[in-house]
Design a protein around this ligand. Structure first.
Ligand SMILES: NC(=O)C[C@H](N)C(=O)O
Length: 322
């Protein structure tokens, strides 16, 4: 029988509530040796024990290298479950989507309440992730996130509530599938596929900004080609910015800094519709790249990987059109 690999990285799912009611990392992983989750042989690895706000792209790269090597060297693996803090889970999931080669299920899960708190979702989410990662339907479905009886794709999933257990949603299209008591059903097929990106280190700097009314150019003025390789901006609506920031952004473009525009709306697409100062048409004419269906943090990771691999301007442009 093929085995399941479980990789723990930390987060609330790895923590315990103490007597004061606050949540802290625990020495012994609370989900280790859980008999009720083990219908398949499980090989467990404590890769990190980090709250997810401590996770950096460097950690993600190490994890992705480890997974690629593990799957290349072993034929007896059915799938992989990764436990992770929920704050940045969607970023690690998308990084793995961009950098892991295998069609085998890679499923991330986490918890909003630690395993010793009333109403914990830790054990249940873990058990569901194990079921999905060992299901045939999950093969060739991209990197998945399993929380609260739902299966989401790494590309679309996002954390929407600070504390509710039903926090993970895929705003544009909903979950790919649902986990029922006796079966797992995929209701949507994941058609999209980001190209595999191979990188070996992280040295590039990509910054993320969010547009707001009266946005000042003060922050952009501190950027230059010596401290910045790329910028992602969550722009207004269909991809528009306040006019005041445009001249400084154009200067940065002239220095060879790549600028990618996503929307700060979580539904709909960006498109160069408006032809006024700061309007999308003007931004695109200046050389900014528009991209859809990924949020700011994910676009930032994608740009980081593309720049890191040394992709030329046309390759970056077409990767963001995928
Ligand atoms: N629910 C959680 O896991 C949140 C926690 N702060 C983390 O991301 O590590």
């Amino acid at each position: 029988m093929k085995k399941l690999i479980v990789i723990h990285t930390g987060g609330t799912i790895s923590m315990q509530q103490n007597e004061e009611g606050t949540i802290e990392p625990s020495k012994q992983h609370p989900l280790s040796n859980l008999n009720e989750t083990k219908d398949v042989p499980i090989h467990e690895i404590e890769f990190y024990n980090l709250p997810s706000p401590h996770i950096k792209p460097e950690h993600m790269l190490k994890l992705s290298d480890f997974i690629n090597a593990l799957l290349a060297e072993n034929e007896d693996i059915a799938g992989i479950v990764i436990t992770h803090g929920t704050d940045t889970l969607e970023e690690t999931a998308y990084f793995l989507e961009l950098t892991c080669k295998s069609p085998l299920p890679i499923v991330l899960t986490g918890a909003m309440r630690p395993s010793n708190e009333i109403g914990t979702d830790a054990i249940y989410n873990f058990q569901c992730a194990v079921r999905v990662a060992t299901s045939k339907e999950a093969i060739h479905s991209g990197v998945l996130v399993v929380m609260n009886d739902e299966i989401h794709s790494a590309r679309y999933v996002t954390k929407t509530s600070t504390s509710n257990v039903a926090t993970f949603k895929s705003p544009p299209f909903g979950p790919l599938g649902l986990i029922h008591k006796d079966k797992i059903i995929f209701y949507q097929k994941y058609l999209y596929s980001d190209k595999y990106t191979e990188i070996h280190e992280i040295t590039k700097e990509v910054h993320l900004f969010k547009a707001y009314t009266g946005m000042s150019n003060i922050l952009f003025q501190h950027l230059n080609k010596n401290n910045t390789n790329g910028i992602v901006i969550e722009a207004f609506g269909q991809g528009n910015l306040p006019p005041d920031v445009v001249p400084v952004l154009e200067t940065l473009l002239q220095q060879g800094i790549t600028i990618v525009i996503v929307s700060r709306c979580y539904n709909g697409i960006v498109q160069p519709m408006y032809d006024y100062e700061g309007g999308g048409k003007n931004l695109q004419n200046s050389g900014m790249i528009f991209t859809n269906e990924i949020n700011g943090p994910k676009a930032r990771l994608k740009l980081l990987l593309l720049l890191q691999k040394g992709a030329a301007a046309e390759e970056i442009q077409s990767a963001f059109q995928e």
